[in-house]
Ligand binder design. Structure first.
Ligand code: COA
Length: 331
């Protein structure tokens, strides 16, 4: 994309996870599974589960406050909130609107994008384009999901995979230097809609006593199919964003991939020929936190000092839709 406007830069990041830890051994008490099976097949050791009295916006609020503080931006100066989520507090209004009120933001517009696990990358891309168009000078980009509310705790093939979290980044207009978001690409293939979805609760199959009894309000997934397409698609889109940015895999200091399964991440790294010590993995502690996974991992590595000025960081994600994306950023 030919662009004369300044690039968007990440001014700050923040993240939040619930305090309640659920280990693999805890899950082995409720479904026929084991720590050994979950660890070897997924890399996940534990995940966080949000308490019943809280909602997605509570986690998003904490992550957002931390990101604003890190960015040194007063909430009164915030111009937009774009939230990636598939588990908002309500069917409507949006998580963005609920969060805006909780933050006490005033002169903003807020909305959600639903791209499931790719939600943060989609939200980042939208915010980036608003900023590069000159329409706004900054935006809070959030990825927040509470998938624990949509798990069938009797289905060992799905309930072991997911956890709850929120991550956020404050984006602002750069100074015409070479820092910032260099390239982002998004892609979808809706023919896979029913490979990973929640069968009831939407307009196609509204909630009834029967849908509840049939346990149709929780995640259905063909895990093997997701696995195959995820690796292929994330490799392809990662190569494309790098090419668009005029970079090669050898230029990448760090990859921050969606945290779904360690084997997916390892396969992706192998195909991209990037050693695992340049790939961020935190799913052992959080599982798959959907739209939160990339911003939480990004926040953790930034705060741990693993990103230096000038580093090239590659973000990528994949999820229900199927929807996937990648972004390459010079810090
Ligand atoms: N504990 C113990 N056994 C389990 C189990 C569990 N939690 N879940 C499934 N199994 C069993 C299966 O029933 C099956 O038994 P069978 O051979 O007797 O039929 C066996 O383990 C193998 O199952 P399979 O589904 O082939 O395992 P897998 O190696 O494909 O791993 C996933 C399953 C879900 C971990 C893997 O497919 C995956 O991670 N897929 C991607 C999922 C994903 O990332 N989704 C979100 C994308 S955003």
């Amino acid at each position: 994309m030919t662009q004369t406007a300044p690039r968007s830069v990440i001014l700050g990041t923040g993240s939040a996870v619930p305090s309640k830890v659920v280990t693999n051994d805890d899950l082995a008490k409720i479904v026929d599974t084991s720590d050994e099976w979950i660890t070897t097949r997924t890399g996940i050791r534990e995940r966080r589960v949000l308490e019943d009295s809280k909602a997605t916006s509570d986690l998003a609020l904490l992550a957002s406050e931390r990101a604003l503080e890190d960015a040194g931006l007063d909430v009164g100066d915030l111009e937009a909130i774009i939230a990636g989520t598939c588990t908002p507090d309500y069917q409507f209004p949006s998580l963005g609107c609920v969060l805006e009120a909780k933050l006490g933001a005033k002169e903003v517009f807020s909305f959600d994008v639903n791209a499931a696990c790719s939600g943060f990358l989609n939200a980042l891309s939208v915010a980036d384009l608003f900023i590069r168009s000159g329409r706004i000078g900054n935006a809070l980009v959030v990825g927040s999901d509470v998938l624990s509310r949509y798990l069938d705790w009797q289905d060992r093939s799905t309930c072991i995979l997911f956890g709850d979290a929120a991550g956020a980044a404050v984006l602002g207009a750069g100074d015409n230097g070479d820092r910032g978001i260099l390239s982002t690409r998004l892609q979808t293939d809706g023919s896979y809609a029913e490979t990973l979805y929640i069968r009831a609760g939407g307009t196609k199959k509204p909630a009834t006593q029967e849908t509840v009894e049939n346990r149709e309000h929780s995640i259905y997934m063909n895990g093997k199919e997701v696995f195959k397409v995820a690796v292929r698609s994330m490799e392809d889109i990662s190569r494309r964003v790098l090419e668009e940015a005029g970079l090669g895999v050898e230029d990448v200091s760090l990859v921050v991939p969606h945290q779904a399964n360690r084997r997916i991440i390892a396969a992706l790294a192998a195909r991209l020929d990037i050693p695992m010590d340049r790939v961020v993995v935190n799913l052992d502690r959080y599982g798959n936190t959907s739209a939160a996974s990339v911003p939480v991992a990004l926040d953790e590595v930034r705060r741990a000092g693993r990103i230096a000025e000038g580093d090239i960081v590659l973000l990528n994600a994949f999820g229900a839709g199927f929807a996937w994306g990648a972004s390459v950023i010079r810090f």
